[in-house]
Write a protein that binds this ligand. Structure first.
Ligand code: MGD
Ligand code: MGD
Ligand code: MO
Length: 737
């Protein structure tokens, strides 16, 4: 459970902390005044499409669309549609790439979406559970029966336990679109009394919560075009050749060609290490802070730190710059020199912990400190362990003591959200009369015994919870029994029918989580729906996600069946406002246009022709103002400075989230006594070919990870859990000894 929370990171209902990817329209004063000229490439691409169309069989139409998955790059997917069937997918040709803000070309995953959409395993009909919960036995039912079951259970459970017993689960698969079932389900729940909301993120929650303790905000990322001249980039647990992390790969490849040196720190020889790295530094998983500490030790003891920067902008570097009320020897320098524990955090100290040779640590530290500017960019893999807060803040300390914050070509590290983004408005969700919000990490507890969740454990908006979760919507999520930390505990609660009384899931496949549904609904894929796709922070545009094919079998979009449920609850008109799905998209385009008059956004009709809109933007360097003019622009921390030492964390007295980030052995990490018995540490990463996460696409395997954002690991479907270790897994094994 994450104790630290950040109000500034709350931006969107479903993934509250993913501020820069999913936030509603943000009109920032820092936005560029570059006039948007709709590029003549739009016309050019239409012409190319027409030419292609003419050369193919007459009946084939090429329709550009875009996935709405939770994927960092929104790519140009050109579907070749013949007789109502997608026969092929192509993408934007190289010649049509815009350099300023490139619309992504389809990656290997994007190019294979046809298989995702037409796979024979796709769910075809609504079903209800007939066996024990979780057994995976279902029976086909009609839509009428399905929506009646949902409406009746909603009524029954609400009457018995109240609206706070209704919970919306994580549904990241559709968060790349402006409109989705999980949003509309919230609207329906709000119209009928409210529901229990969660905040935080299973994806980047650790770093989003930890980064503000250094900088006052999680928006520590710059636009990637500012790195064009950076001579050295350290990609720390960042795998942008495989993981589509927005537009990172595009920029990094360009920088590589222009001579930037890349170092990759990753336990695994990733595609990024093989394709981009001049140097690959493997370390044992979850020991990142030991490497960081030793780097800082070298930098400080060899006088390579940026003293002027540290004096002017930071707090907690040495004993002279500590906040009031903190005893001696808590500063960074005191820690590195071992003032309290007698241990110098030297490369020789870190070598046996990390397995990185001391001379490599020395060289890495010197390279980073001596190259100006240098960008240490951390991915989210390392923070998805239960030491995640520490590694996220550790990288910010390195960036700070080398003066790489707020300068062009440097990088502040941490979460890396980019502060100048704009997004579409979403559908109006109405207001939720249930004020309580739980951390997403606490949903299992809330289903088991909600009275145990207190404000100290992250409950917001209320002192206590009145009800356990009794009704659960899992629409486009595989979180119940697959992506959740501590699956053993989660599954135990979910399979107990006396706890959560009714579970509704919609998916395209019978995933491990879908097996736990009481009613399981076959949703349409993005190719069978209208939507708007939007990029993560590293891109700045929207693409029309056009419905290119009709749904087959009895597949329906979540919105359609929710509308039927709304009718059965007597609120259909208020829920739908009479709009079809396509009309909702038109409406969202219109509300966004009104909210951003300066953007000169296309109307829906214009978007049908242009297919996209590039938001106005200019190069953006995080904290540039705070560094240029600290008097008028203090950092939004309590001290107004960059807090190397955080008094707020100090006052929290949490042994695992120290005020000064430093190495603490992680649970089930290399130093855990369990490693004697289980000498392999197993981690996973996001798959290059996975339509969403890998989980549903590799038969026989499912993913799991340890509670509190533990190591993400793979596990064979038939593996038995040992009592001691939370999950066992295969795929990548890192020897600990
Ligand atoms: N192709 C593809 N792209 C995707 C996704 C997908 O499923 N497929 N998912 C999208 C989503 S939702 C997200 S959040 C992002 C995720 O993007 P990331 O979180 O950056 O990606 P991961 O692959 O989870 O982790 C990055 C790297 O961290 C390494 N790593 C793991 N543990 C440690 C450690 O202890 N220390 C260090 N130094 N490194 C470690 C892994 O080996 C991996 O190479 O990707 C997005 N893009
Ligand atoms: N073990 C493990 N756990 C993890 C991660 C990990 O890498 N490993 N990654 C973490 C991260 S970064 C994230 S973002 C979360 C993601 O966790 P989830 O929210 O579960 O996301 P996905 O696995 O991407 O997709 C969920 C489901 O949506 C379905 N789906 C796809 N498209 C649609 C659609 O249009 N409609 C409907 N109804 N369903 C659809 C897919 O088939 C899939 O089963 O998991 C987190 N937990
Ligand atoms: Mo994610």
């Amino acid at each position: 459970m994450i104790k630290i929370t950040s109000d500034s990171a709350k931006k969107r209902v479903s993934k509250a902390a993913e501020l820069d990817r999913r936030q509603f329209i943000k009109a920032s004063a820092a936005l560029a005044a570059i006039p948007l000229i709709v590029s003549d490439r739009v016309a050019a691409s239409a012409t190319t499409a027409q030419v292609k169309e003419a050369t193919e069989a007459d009946t084939t139409r090429i329709i550009a669309t875009c996935s709405t998955f939770d994927c960092g790059g929104k790519c140009d997917i050109r579907t070749h549609v013949k007789d109502g069937v997608v026969t092929r997918i192509s993408t934007r040709p190289d010649a049509e790439l815009d350099n300023d803000m490139p619309i992504m070309r389809g990656c290997v995953r994007g190019r294979s979406y046809r298989k995702f959409v037409y796979h024979p395993d796709r769910l075809k009909y609504p079903m209800k559970r007939v066996g024990k919960r979780g057994e995976g036995k279902f029976e086909r039912i009609s839509w009428d029966e399905a929506t009646t079951l949902i409406a009746d259970n909603l009524k029954r459970i609400t009457a018995k336990y109240g609206p706070s017993s209704r919970y919306m689960h994580v549904a990241t698969a559709v968060t790349g679109g402006a409109f989705s079932g999980d949003l509309m389900a919230r609207r329906l729940l709000n119209l009928t009394g409210g529901y229990l909301e969660s905040y935080h993120s299973v994806s980047m929650g650790n770093t989003a919560a930890a980064t503000p303790y250094t900088y006052g905000t999680a928006a520590s990322g710059s636009s990637l075009d500012t790195l064009a001249q950076t001579p050295l980039v350290i990609l720390w647990g960042h795998n942008t050749t495989e993981t589509i992390f927005g537009h990172s790969n595009h920029y990094f490849q360009q920088m590589k060609q222009n001579g930037t040196r890349f170092i990759v720190v990753d336990p695994r020889y990733s595609d990024t290490a093989s394709s981009l790295a001049d140097q690959w530094i493997p370390l044992l998983p979850s020991t990142d802070n030991a490497l960081m500490d030793a780097m800082m030790y070298v930098i400080v003891t060899e006088n390579l730190h940026d003293k002027a920067f540290i004096d002017r902008y930071t707090l907690g570097f040495d004993e002279n710059s500590m906040p009031e009320g903190v005893p001696a020897n808590e500063s960074l320098v005191a820690y590195l020199r071992g003032a309290k524990d007698g241990i110098e955090k030297s490369p020789e100290w870190a070598e046996p912990i990390t397995k990185v040779p001391a001379q490599i640590i020395r060289q890495l530290a010197r390279d980073y400190a001596n190259t100006k500017p240098a960008a240490l960019i951390q991915g989210w893999g390392p923070q998805r362990h239960n030491c995640g807060e520490r590694s996220a803040r550790g990288s910010t300390l390195l960036a700070t003591i080398t003066g790489n914050v707020g300068i062009k070509g440097g990088w502040a590290a941490g979460y890396g959200g980019i502060g100048n983004r704009k997004f579409m408005s979403g559908p109006d969700l109405g207001s939720n009369s249930v004020t309580a919000k739980i951390s997403v990490m606490n949903w299992v507890q809330a289903a088991d015994d909600a009275s145990q969740i207190t404000p100290e454990q992250g409950l917001k908006g209320a002192d206590k919870l009145d009800n356990n979760i009794r009704f659960l919507f899992s629409l486009a999520g595989n979180y119940l029994a697959n992506q959740n930390p501590d699956l053993r505990q989660a599954v135990k609660i979910v399979e107990d029918e006396s706890k959560i009384e009714f579970i509704v899931a919609s998916d395209l496949y019978l995933t491990p989580s879908a097996k736990y549904a009481d009613v399981l609904l076959p949703e349409t894929s993005f190719m069978e729906r209208w939507n708007i796709g939007q990029t993560w922070g590293t891109g700045n545009y929207i693409l029309l996600s056009e419905k290119v094919i009709e749904p087959q079998f009895e597949r329906r979009s979540d919105y359609e069946w929710l509308r039927e449920v709304a009718a059965k609850l007597g609120v259909e008109q208020a829920f739908s406002e009479g709009r079809s799905e396509k009309e909702w998209i038109e409406h969202i385009v219109e509300t966004t246009r009104l909210a951003m008059p300066e953007e000169n956004m296309p109307t829906f009709g214009q978007l049908l022709v242009k297919r996209r809109h590039l938001f106005k933007s200019e190069p953006y360097v995080a904290f540039e103002q705070n560094i240029r003019d600290p008097q008028n622009h203090p950092f939004p921390t309590p001290s107004g400075k960059i807090e190397i030492f955080s008094k707020r964390l100090y006052d929290m007295h949490h042994p695992e989230i120290p005020a000064l980030s430093h190495y603490v052995p992680a649970h089930e990490g290399p130093e855990d006594p369990l490693s004697q018995k289980y000498p392999l540490q197993l981690i996973t990463w996001k798959g290059k070919t996975a339509p969403t996460q890998l989980s549903t696409r590799i038969p026989g395997y499912r993913k799991c990870r340890y509670r509190n954002y533990g190591s993400i690991r793979w596990m064979p479907e038939n593996a038995t859990f040992s009592a001691e270790i939370k999950c066992v897994s295969i795929t990548i094994a890192v020897f600990l000894k």
